[in-house]
Design a protein around this ligand. Structure first.
Ligand SMILES: [Zn+2]
Length: 260
């Protein structure tokens, strides 16, 4: 089957409450994401789906055994050193320090909050691919309507954009997964996959933790926990009839990208 589905998760500190002025301890930012990570991989592993986990180095250092167990079956990539106050100075050390924990090479990078990253810096830091681009417009965040929707090379880095639909570039990332009716979301994913032969989706572990009591906007926290696990399981089982699941690395290998 020549249609490919890339399931990715950004394993990071649960720091989004701080964006809304809500205090949360550093320990809780790790524990809540850890709970959600285990639930997400229970779903993924029960369906035998390969996944790419973009992990902050800080989280990996706090949860080494959890990350090593994920690395046995899935690809590990970097989501920066820290999610809060990310700086580009530690792009290389983020990769090296995760490699020390998992004993495998890290090839990919995703910038915290999907902000822009200089691909020249990524290349100099030893990465092969970048998955930071959401090629759409998110008010107050980024404006990427002029960027490619499909994989492309730039400064010796392969860019693997998050999927948006053809034409209107409706985003298919975590917010729409839980906020629009699932039947419509499925139709949009199916259309995109058939048109592009490429569907690249993004989730976070803390979405699968019990976060309903946080004073966060409903579009961020509902549904959450086991309800979202059920939604994910149903969606992945359904979409599997339309394409083949690959990690980002497997996708690059499969497509024989000249940079690999
Ligand atoms: Zn993130």
């Amino acid at each position: 089957m020549d249609r490919h589905i890339l399931i990715t998760i950004d394993i990071e500190e649960f720091d989004i409450p701080r964006e809304f002025g809500i205090e949360i301890s550093d320990d809780d930012t790790i524990q809540i994401s850890s709970q959600g990570t285990e639930r997400f991989f229970n779903v993924i592993n029960s369906l035998n789906i390969p996944c790419t986990a973009f992990i902050t180095t800080h989280f990996a250092q706090k949860k080494t055994e959890l990350i090593r167990s994920i690395a046995e079956r899935h690809e590990i990539a970097s989501h920066g050193y820290y999610h809060t106050n990310h700086v580009n100075d530690n792009l290389a050390s983020s990769k090296i320090d995760i490699e020390k924990i998992i004993g495998q090479e890290v090839l990919g990078f995703r910038q915290p909050r999907l902000m822009n990253v200089d691909t020249k810096l990524l290349c100099e830091s030893g990465y092969l691919y970048n998955s930071s681009l959401n090629p759409t417009w998110i008010p107050g965040r980024y404006m990427n309507l002029n960027k490619p929707r499909l994989p492309f090379s730039e400064n010796k880095i392969i860019n693997l954009p998050i999927s948006v639909t053809p034409l209107l570039r409706f985003p298919l990332f975590w917010i729409t997964f839980k906020n629009i009716p699932i039947d419509i979301y499925k139709k949009l994913c199916c259309w995109t996959l058939k048109n592009d032969k490429y569907l690249h989706l993004l989730f976070h572990p803390w979405e699968f933790a019990d976060i309903k009591d946080f004073n966060l906007p409903n579009y961020i926290k509902r549904p959450c926990g086991n309800d979202l696990c059920d939604r994910l399981s149903d969606f992945l089982s359904w979409i599997s009839q339309y394409g083949r699941f690959l990690t980002c690395r497997q996708y690059i290998e499969y497509t024989n990208h000249p940079l690999f």
